[in-house]
Design a protein around this ligand. Structure first.
Ligand SMILES: [Zn+2]
Length: 213
C-alpha cells in the first residue's frame, strides 16, 4: 500500500515520515534519500543530480522516477510505503499510476502550513551532509554547533535553503503541486492534516488518518 505524504518544502513531511517509519514500521521512501544514496555512491545519476541540486534547481522527472522505481519494486505487497516528496507534478503522478496494482496509491495525506511559517522554518534549517539528519538553527540545533548528533558529520545550510532559493522552491511548489493534489482529489484520495503545532500532536493526527485507511 502506497501513501503519498505531500506538503510544501518545510512542512515537516520528512520528519513525520521518519517517525511513522520508526514507530509503526512503515517503509519510508523519498526521492531525496534515494538521490542521496546515488550521490554518496558516486553513480552517474548521483553526479548529475548533485550538480543540479547545487544550483537550487529540481532534478528531472526521468531521473527521479528511475531512482524511485528501484525502491518501490523492492517493496513487499503487505508493506505500508510512505512516499515522501513525490509526485510533484501531474506527469509524475501519471507515471506513478503506470506501475500497476501492487504500487497503487491508496491515499494522499497533505500537511498544511502557511507560507510565512514555511519561510521561517526553511531559512533556519540545517542538514547533515553525512546522514541527511535535519536540524533548525533556533528550534532544534545539534548539541555541538555544526556537528551532527547522529553521525558526527558536518551540519550546514544547504544551498537550496538560502532565502533566494527558498522563494524559488515555494513558487515552484505552488505552481506544480496544486494540480497534483487536484488530480488525487478527483479520485477521492486526499486527506488533509494541519502541519502547524507540536510535533507529537501532528504525528497523532497523521497516524489516525493513516490507521483508518
Ligand atoms: Zn549525520
Amino acid at each position: 500500500m502506497i501513501i503519498v505524504l505531500t506538503g510544501a518544502p518545510g512542512a515537516g513531511k520528512g520528519t513525520q515520515a521518519e517517525l511513522l517509519a520508526k514507530r509503526e514500521g512503515y517503509r519510508k521512501v523519498s526521492t531525496g534519500d534515494a538521490l542521496r544514496k546515488h550521490v554518496k555512491l558516486g553513480t552517474q545519476i548521483g553526479k548529475v543530480a548533485h550538480s543540479i541540486m547545487e544550483r537550487g534547481e529540481l532534478v528531472s522527472d526521468e531521473i527521479l522516477f528511475k531512482v524511485l522505481k528501484e525502491e518501490l519494486l523492492t517493496s513487499a505487497p503487505e508493506d505500508v510505503v510512505l512516499l515522501d516528496g513525490y509526485p510533484r507534478n501531474i506527469d509524475q503522478a501519471r507515471t506513478l499510476d503506470s506501475l500497476g496494482d501492487a504500487q497503487r496509491v491508496k491515499a494522499v495525506v497533505q500537511l498544511e502550513v502557511p507560507r510565512a511559517e514555511l519561510i521561517a522554518r526553511l531559512s533556519g534549517r540545517r542538514v547533515c551532509g553525512g546522514c541527511g539528519a535535519t536540524y533548525h538553527q533556533t528550534e532544534n540545533p545539534p548539541t555541538r554547533a555544526g556537528i551532527c548528533d547522529k553521525c558526527g558529520g558536518t551540519v550546514a545550510q544547504r544551498v537550496d535553503d538560502r532565502p533566494e532559493a527558498v522563494a524559488v522552491r515555494l513558487d515552484v511548489y505552488v505552481r506544480s503541486t496544486a494540480p497534483v493534489v487536484q488530480y488525487y482529489r478527483e479520485k477521492g484520495l486526499v486527506k488533509q492534516v494541519s502541519g502547524v503545532g507540536e510535533l507529537e500532536s501532528i504525528y497523532k493526527d497523521l497516524r489516525g488518518v493513516i490507521g483508518a485507511l
